[in-house]
Design a protein around this ligand. Sequence first.
Ligand SMILES: C[S@@+](CC[C@H](N)C(=O)[O-])C[C@H]1O[C@@H](n2cnc3c(N)ncnc32)[C@H](O)[C@@H]1O
Length: 260
Amino acid sequence: MRRLANRIRLLPKVMRLASHAPRNPGEAWERYWNTVGTEDAEILWDSGRHDEGRPYEELVLRHLDTRLPVVDVGCGNGTWTRWLAERFPLALGVDLSASAVHQAARESAGVPNAEFDAVDALGPGAGAALRERLGEANVFIRGLFHILKPEAQHRLAATLHDVVGTRGRVLLTETNFRGSGLAYIEHLGATGDHIPGPLRAAIETLPPPRHFGASELRRAFPDSEWRLLEERDVVIEAVPMAEPGVPVRIPGYCAVLAPR
Ligand SMILES: C[S@@+](CC[C@H](N)C(=O)[O-])C[C@H]1O[C@@H](n2cnc3c(N)ncnc32)[C@H](O)[C@@H]1O
């Protein structure tokens, strides 16, 4: 009963915030990256810790050729590009938002092997251009598929096919919360009385997230073009919101794919 009352108070607040979000994804992401990245405006999915990376580390060692470069597609502020730069000869972080790329480059000053560029991974020829620049490369993606509609997910997979050539692999990791949008927002720490700042910033600028798991992967990466090497459930860490100092743990899904 209390839970229902909480939801009844939360719903109109969420709807009011979401009504401010730009419809155009490019505009939405640019606005988001212009408003976050300071101590007072934390990035929702950047817990600042890399405990989450342990399963990725295992998958990198098991499946990826670490002599090839890696492209971090949708790199945001470059947190994971910097993690990759310690493991690959070159980590190129690319993002649709010029402000994200700017922030990533600023935060990565002096980090060897990390570079950044503004690229729309859904734009025509994006994959071919990356391939021409780097040769065959691995791809790392965290948190991009789950914000795209199925048709765009399919197009993104086609871009990645152009990047990997024959030797590159795709390692993707996505949030996969299977409840309703409102249940997700509650899981992240919102109540009828309070919506934490990092969550509020996302709701009022960004398109609503979806979930991305085994069935979504199979639709986006057709069997005729991709071989699934491994998949597993993981935990995606977001900034502390429900409890001070404790990152919010979001159910996630991770997979490694090879091109056919
Ligand atoms: C949820 S954030 C994840 C950021 C980063 N991967 C991380 O885990 O910290 C999704 C990122 O994808 C970027 N993005 C959205 N659409 C894109 C596109 N079409 N091409 C490249 N990047 C895109 C956004 O600007 C944003 O930085």
